[in-house]
Design a protein around this ligand. Structure first.
Ligand SMILES: *Cc1c(COP(=O)(O)O)cnc(C)c1O
Length: 420
C-alpha cells in the first residue's frame, strides 16, 4: 500500500485527507494526485543519477495537468514534450524551455518553429527527412537547432506491444545501423548542431536487462560517432521505467539509475532521463461511484460513473489496475466486472475481479491512475471529463474543473444556410 494513499481507520486517504471528504465537495468521477509523492519521486530519480551530470526531463504526456507539471518544474525538473500543445503546457506551467527536449515522430513545421522560438535544449530527431526540415526552419530564423537522433537499438523491452518503441520494426527513431550516415548528414548541414544521442525503447519496463542492453549498443555508437568527429555531450536514455500496478517488482530508482550510470556514466556525457509513468503513475488515484449492481447470466457487474473515457488503460492495453472501496469494505466478496456507462463492451476498468460486496453509492478507488489516465481521456458518449484534484498534507485544490456541458460544444457551430 502506497504512502500517498494510506488506509486509516478503515478509510482510504489521500495523504492526510479522507478521500470521502474530497468527493463530498468535488463529486465523482475524480482524479486525485499527491503533491508529496510527485516531489518525492522526482527527488528519488534525481538522486539516483547524482554521480554524474544529469537532468530529469519529465515526460509530460503521462500527466499534463499544469499543477502536476508545476510541482515538478518548481524543483528543477525539465520536460520531455512530444507536441506543440505539450510544449505550450510545459511553458504555461512555468517550465524553463532550455530544460526541454522534444521527441516525436511527426513534428510539424509549425511545431518546429514554436520549439525554435522557445529555445529548447534539444530536438530528438526521428528521421533524416525531419532533420532536413529542422535545418530549413532554423535557417529561415537565422538560428542553429541543437539536435540528437533518436536511435533504435533494436532491443525488445519485454512489455506490451503497443508501448514497445525500440524494435527495428517500430515507427520511432532511426535504425542504429543507419545512425553513422545520419549523423554525417547532420554534420554537413549549417543550421543544425549535433549535441547528443537519444533512445527510448518502451514503457512499463520492469526488468533492467533490456535497458542495459540498449545502452551498451548506444555506448558503442557514441564512441564511434566521437571517432567520426561528432560532439556528443548529451545522452538521453529515454523513459520507460515501470511501476507496480499489481505484483510487478520493477527496479528501484536507485537500481535503475545505478545500472545506467554503470553502463554509460564513464562517457562523460550529461545524462537525460525522461520518466513519465514512474513519476506520476502511483502518485494518483481515480475515484468513481457505484451506480448499479446487476448480473446478466452468471456475470456480476458493478456499473460505475467512471468509464474507459476517463481511464482507457484497461481497455487499450489489457492493463490491470488495483481497485478497492474507499470506505470500510463490506463483509463478503464477489467476482465482478467493473464497467462504465459507455456504449462499448470494451468499457471496463476491471474484469472478473474479486472485490468486497458493492452497493449503490459506494466509492471505488482505482490505483496507479496518475499516469496515462486523465491525459488519455475523451468526451466520447458526451461525457464530461473528470475533475482533477491535487492534495498536499491535509489541504487540497481542484486543479482542473470537471467539464461542463458548454465545454462539450465549444468551437462548434450550426451553419443554417448549409443545412436548410
Ligand atoms: C512516452 C515517452 C516517455 C515516457 O515513458 P514512460 O513509460 O511514461 O516513462 C519518454 N520518452 C519518450 C520519447 C516517450 O515517447
Amino acid at each position: 500500500m502506497s504512502e500517498a494513499f494510506p488506509r486509516r481507520n478503515g478509510r482510504l486517504h489521500a495523504e492526510a485527507l479522507p478521500v470521502e471528504r474530497i468527493v463530498e465537495a468535488v463529486g465523482t468521477p475524480v482524479f486525485i494526485y499527491s503533491a508529496s509523492e510527485l516531489a518525492a519521486r522526482y527527488d528519488a530519480l534525481d538522486a539516483a543519477f547524482s554521480a554524474v551530470p544529469h537532468s530529469i526531463c519529465y515526460a509530460i504526456k503521462a500527466n499534463m495537468n499544469l499543477a502536476v507539471v508545476r510541482t515538478l518544474v518548481a524543483r528543477g525538473c525539465g520536460v520531455d514534450v512530444t507536441s506543440g500543445g505539450e510544449l505550450f503546457r510545459a511553458q504555461q506551467a512555468g517550465g524553463d524551455p532550455s530544460q526541454f527536449v522534444y521527441s516525436g515522430v511527426g513534428k510539424t513545421d509549425a511545431e518546429i518553429d514554436q520549439a525554435l522560438a522557445a529555445g529548447i535544449r534539444m530536438f530528438n530527431v526521428e528521421s533524416r527527412a525531419e532533420l532536413r526540415v529542422i535545418d530549413a526552419r532554423a535557417a529561415q530564423r537565422g538560428v542553429v537547432a541543437p539536435v540528437s537522433f533518436r536511435v533504435n537499438p533494436d532491443v525488445d523491452p519485454q512489455t506490451h506491444p503497443y508501448i514497445s518503441t525500440g524494435l527495428s520494426s517500430s515507427k520511432f527513431g532511426i535504425p542504429i545501423a543507419e545512425a553513422v550516415d545520419a549523423y554525417a548528414e547532420a554534420k554537413a548541414l549549417e543550421h543544425v548542431r549535433v549535441v547528443g544521442v537519444a533512445c527510448h525503447i518502451g514503457s512499463q519496463i520492469v526488468v533492467l536487462d533490456p535497458i542495459v542492453d540498449a545502452l551498451q549498443r548506444i555506448r558503442d555508437l557514441v564512441i564511434e560517432l566521437r571517432e567520426a568527429g561528432h560532439t556528443i555531450e548529451l545522452l538521453d536514455v529515454g523513459g520507460g521505467l515501470g511501476i507496480t500496478y499489481d505484483r510487478e517488482r520493477p527496479p528501484s530508482a536507485a537500481e535503475y539509475g545505478g545500472a545506467i550510470v554503470a553502463t554509460v556514466g564513464d562517457l562523460g556525457c550529461h545524462l537525460i532521463a525522461e520518466p513519465g509513468r514512474w513519476i506520476a503513475g502511483n502518485a494518483g488515484i481515480f475515484v468513481a461511484r457505484v451506480l448499479y449492481s446487476k448480473h446478466n447470466g452468471d456475470t456480476h457487474f458493478a456499473v460505475i460513473d467512471g468509464a474507459m473515457t476517463d481511464l482507457i488503460r484497461p481497455t487499450l492495453y489489457q492493463a490491470y489496475q488495483r481497485i478497492e472501496p474507499v470506505g470500510p469494505p463490506r463483509a463478503g466478496t464477489r467476482v465482478v466486472d467493473v464497467v462504465g456507462p459507455v456504449c462499448e463492451s470494451a468499457d471496463f476498468l476491471a474484469q472478473q475481479r474479486e472485490l468486497p460486496i458493492l452497493e449503490r453509492d459506494d466509492l471505488l478507488a482505482v490505483h496507479s491512475a496518475g499516469a496515462y489516465g486523465f491525459a488519455m481521456s475523451s468526451n466520447y458518449n458526451g461525457r464530461c471529463r473528470a475533475a482533477e484534484v491535487l492534495v498536499k498534507g491535509d489541504r487540497y485544490e481542484v486543479v482542473r474543473t470537471r467539464d461542463r456541458f458548454e465545454d462539450l460544444i465549444r468551437g462548434e457551430s450550426i451553419p443554417e444556410d448549409l443545412i436548410r
